[in-house]
Ligand binder design. Structure first.
Ligand code: ACK
Length: 348
């Protein structure tokens, strides 16, 4: 935070003042400075925008491992991405056991920009390491087709998974999923990465019900998302998931990601229902502007509905931070009776 940086700068100034002094004053100061930095900044890592590299090939090899094509066995096609097929398969790295992976391919006949955008996602993903962020295994760029290899998520995307299993989970299981997503988002916000397209369709679920944030990119993600529509100002935005300030003047921040997180909470608690149902994008924008908010999903614990509503505060500075969301969800999980009160059906 700004305050922490302020303290570090003050300490550095004092440090310089005493640098040329000798004796205990100097060593105590340098020791306390070192201690302060290690305690306060356990790992100061921030996300680097791959666009800051002049040569995109340098960016990709900075953040992603090149995998030899002979290590990959493609098994079957599981979906379609904007750039080509998504397949499942196996990865066997030398000296390691075989693991299931997802393989995104870049179809032949691509332009240089398409290749850059496709690999841009790997350059971003490769900078992250967290149990709730989809893990990049590596890329294949030295042979065709170009591929991105990630961990395999047995249950696919969260929206489809929830629709398929309507009503099948306990509230604690649902809150566990939400806690995982919030934890991944807390990590991204700490890294200074703003997702811009957080939605249940962009969360993947593994066989243990662990949810991981996926779909990284800059312009790419929104180009690729069928939910994203053009606004009057020309931006392509997934209206139903996006905070009003991001729609109105493209103010995308971690606070606008928190708004989207609130919509994901609503999607999860309603088992994949479409936010604002069949309302048109224009009507959604107008309704939200007039302070209309989604009603509590059926059988949703009041505590969770309050949290969603907090994420949808008009003033982005009043919304909770991901850090606070994670601690609140942890508290609810530790004390399940706090989830007993359900939203009044007359709210619906
Ligand atoms: O809902 P799905 O089965 O989950 O359909 C989409 C499809 O590919 C197109 O994106 C699935 N998919 C994407 N990445 C992965 C992954 N890492 N593991 C498993 N399935 C994936 C997604």
């Amino acid at each position: 935070s700004k305050l922490q940086y302020f303290f570090v700068i003050v300490l550095i100034k004092i440090f310089y003042k005493y640098m040329f002094c000798e004796g205990p004053g100097f060593s105590i100061l340098s020791l306390s400075l070192a201690l302060f930095i290690t305690v306060k900044f356990p790992a100061v890592r921030t996300y680097i925008d791959p666009h800051t590299y002049e040569d995109p090939n340098q960016a990709i090899h900075e953040f992603a491992k090149e995998i030899d094509v002979s290590c990959i066995t493609i098994e079957r096609v599981i979906g379609a991405g904007e750039f080509g097929e998504v397949c499942s398969g196996l990865l066997r790295l030398p000296g390691k056991r075989e693991i299931p992976v997802a393989i995104k391919t870049l179809k032949a006949g691509y332009t240089e920009k398409q290749r850059r955008d496709f690999l841009g996602e790997a350059s971003i993903m490769g900078q992250f390491e967290h149990p709730n962020i989809i893990h990049l295994k590596g890329v294949i760029t030295k042979s065709k087709p170009v591929m991105i290899i990630t961990e395999y998520m047995e249950n696919g995307s969260l929206d489809t998974f929830l629709k398929k299993n309507d009503g099948q989970f306990t509230v604690i299981q649902l809150v566990g999923m939400l806690r995982g997503i919030a934890s991944g988002m807390r990590y991204l916000s700490e890294m200074g990465y703003v997702h811009r397209d957080l939605a249940a369709r962009n969360i993947l679920v593994n066989s243990n019900l662990v949810c991981k944030v996926s779909d990284f990119g800059l312009s790419r993600v929104l180009e690729d998302d069928p939910e994203a529509a053009y606004t009057t100002r020309g931006g392509k935005i997934p209206i139903r998931w996006t905070a009003p300030e991001a729609i109105a003047y493209r103010k995308f921040t971690s606070a606008s990601d928190v708004w989207s997180y609130g919509i994901v909470m609503w999607e999860v608690m309603s088992y994949g229902e479409r936010p604002y149902w069949e309302m048109s994008n224009q009507d959604v924008i107008k309704a939200v502007e007039e302070n209309y908010r989604l009603p509590g999903p059926m059988d949703c614990p009041t505590a969770l509905y309050h949290l969603m509503m907090d994420c949808w505060q008009k003033d982005r500075n009043s919304r909770p931070k991901f850090e606070e969301i994670v601690s609140l969800l942890d508290k609810l999980i530790r004390n399940p009776s706090s989830l007993k009160g359900l939203v009044n059906s007359s709210n619906r």
